[in-house]
Design a protein around this ligand. Sequence first.
Ligand SMILES: CC(C)(COP(=O)(O)OP(=O)(O)OC[C@H]1O[C@@H](n2cnc3c(N)ncnc32)[C@H](O)[C@@H]1OP(=O)(O)O)[C@@H](O)C(=O)NCCC(=O)NCCS
Length: 216
Amino acid sequence: MHDFTGLPFYVEPMLPQDIPGVIEVEKLSFPTPWPASVYRYELQQNRDAHYCVARPQFNIQNAGRNWDLLQRLRHWIGGNGESEDNTPPLIGYGGLWMIVGEAHISQIAVHPDYRGKKLGELLLVFMIQRAMELDAEIVTLEVRVSNTIAQNLYRKYGFQQVGMRKAYYSDNNEDAFLMSTDRVTAPAYQEKFKKLETALWQYFRSQPLSIFLPGE
Ligand SMILES: CC(C)(COP(=O)(O)OP(=O)(O)OC[C@H]1O[C@@H](n2cnc3c(N)ncnc32)[C@H](O)[C@@H]1OP(=O)(O)O)[C@@H](O)C(=O)NCCC(=O)NCCS
C-alpha cells in the first residue's frame, strides 16, 4: 500500500459514485470515450477489473506562510475545489484487467488541467503496484502509435513494444503498439521500479505545492 502523506495527489480505488467524474475526464481525454455503462459493468460485474481514481490533496497547512499560495488555495477550495460532500474533485483515473498472470492496463487518463505534473506517472505506479499485489508476471497495454507522450511514460517504467495491432482504433483506424514490461517479479524490475517510485515521491515532496495547482 502507498503512503500519500505530504503528496499533492492521492490515489484510491474507484467506486460507482466516481463514474460521473470519470466520464468527464474520459470525454476530455479520448476521441471515443467509454460510456458510463461500461464503467458500471467494470466495477460491478467484472471480477478481473481493478480501477482507481486520483484526487488533489492541497491543504492550507501545506502552504505554510506563503501568502500568495494561501490566497490561491483558499480560492481553489472555496471555488471549484470540493464537492458538496467535501470530496476533492476527480482529476485522473486508471484501470487494469488481470488475465492469467498478465495485468493489462485498460485505461489511464489525467484531466488536461493537471497534465505534466507527474499525476499520470503516479497512477501508473499505483497500477503496477496493484498488478504486483495481484501476482501479475507482466504488465501490458495498447497505445496509439501517435501517442508519444503516453509511450514515453510507459518506456520510463520498462514497457517495450512487443507487437502491433493494425487499425486497432475505430475512430481513425490508427494502429496500436502492444507494449509489455519484462517480468515484474524479477529482481531487476523490482529494483528499477523501487528507484523510480522513490524518485517520484521525493519529487512530489521537494517541490512547492503551487506548481501542482491547476493551470500552473
Ligand atoms: C498520458 C497521460 C496519462 C500522461 O499523464 P501526465 O500526468 O500528463 O504525465 P506525467 O506528468 O506523469 O509525465 C510522466 C512521463 O510522461 C512523459 N511525458 C509527459 N508529458 C510529456 C510531454 N509533454 N512530452 C513528452 N513526454 C511527456 C514523460 O516521460 C514523463 O516523465 P518525465 O517527467 O520524467 O519526463 C496524459 O497525457 C493523458 O491523460 N493523456 C490523454 C489520455 C491518454 O492518452 N491516455 C493513454 C492511453 S494509452
